[in-house]
Write a protein that binds this ligand. Structure first.
Ligand SMILES: [Fe+2]
Ligand SMILES: [Fe+2]
Length: 217
């Protein structure tokens, strides 16, 4: 697999925006079911609530990584601003809910992430565990990015299409950052091999999940 991407690369973003087959760029093996956008459009309150919690979890995952891998300077330096960014995303979604006079609502069980967590190595070396944690984050960012792209293209309301387009760009940068961090600490060949396994597994998870409009994943 040739990732061929650099974090924040404008060429990458341009390619992504012009490419309808985003799964090929992000490496995802299964595109989102086209019915999903229509379902999501009908349940804006739920999708915004779910999205808000996804952003919150993204921020807390970065904090956990910083706490656990405090000795890895690049990781600490690179993920610190991402915490702020993800929290900013949470606040944007919260503001959107408020504008619509909607409440945040309750956090739902995150079936998608729970299924992915089952694939995380429990044994193995310290490097193996770090690799899986970084690839898990990269994968969630990639799928989120793909979903935001679908929303940015498929929603009727122009304002909401632009709203999601901003998230799409941001999550694309995060996806590349997590891959880059993995390649900083672990041999590239090993990263590529394990990434392939994660992609296969994720496709199987998506395939068996119901298509529901009240969830980002
Ligand atoms: Fe985010
Ligand atoms: Fe993100």
């Amino acid at each position: 697999m040739d990732l061929g991407l650099k974090a924040g690369s404008s060429i990458f973003l341009l390619q992504m925006e012009n490419n309808h087959n985003i799964k090929n760029i992000l490496g995802l093996k299964l595109p989102t079911d086209p019915r999903w956008v229509d379902l999501a459009e009908k349940t804006v309150e739920e999708i915004l609530t779910d999205h808000a919690y996804c952003e919150q979890k993204a921020a807390t995952s970065c904090i956990s990584l910083i706490q656990r891998y405090n000795d890895k300077e690049k990781l600490v330096q690179e993920l610190s601003p991402i915490v702020t960014e993800e929290w900013g995303h949470f606040r944007s979604v919260l503001a959107e809910l408020k504008k619509r006079k909607l409440n945040l609502g309750r956090q739902r069980k995150d079936e998608y992430v729970n299924e992915l967590l089952n694939f995380e190595t429990k044994g193995g070396s310290e490097d193996d565990r770090l690799l899986d944690k970084l690839l898990l984050c990269a994968l969630i960012e990639a799928r989120s990015c793909e979903r935001f792209k679908r929303l940015s293209e498929g929603l009727d309301e122009k304002y909401m299409r632009n709203f999601y387009r901003r998230f799409m760009k941001s999550e694309a940068g995060h996806y590349t950052l997590f891959i880059e961090l993995a390649e900083t600490y672990i041999e590239k060949k090993k990263v590529r091999q394990r990434w392939k396994e994660w992609l296969e597994y994720e496709a199987a998870v998506i395939k068996k999940m119901d298509v529901r409009g009240d969830r980002i994943h």
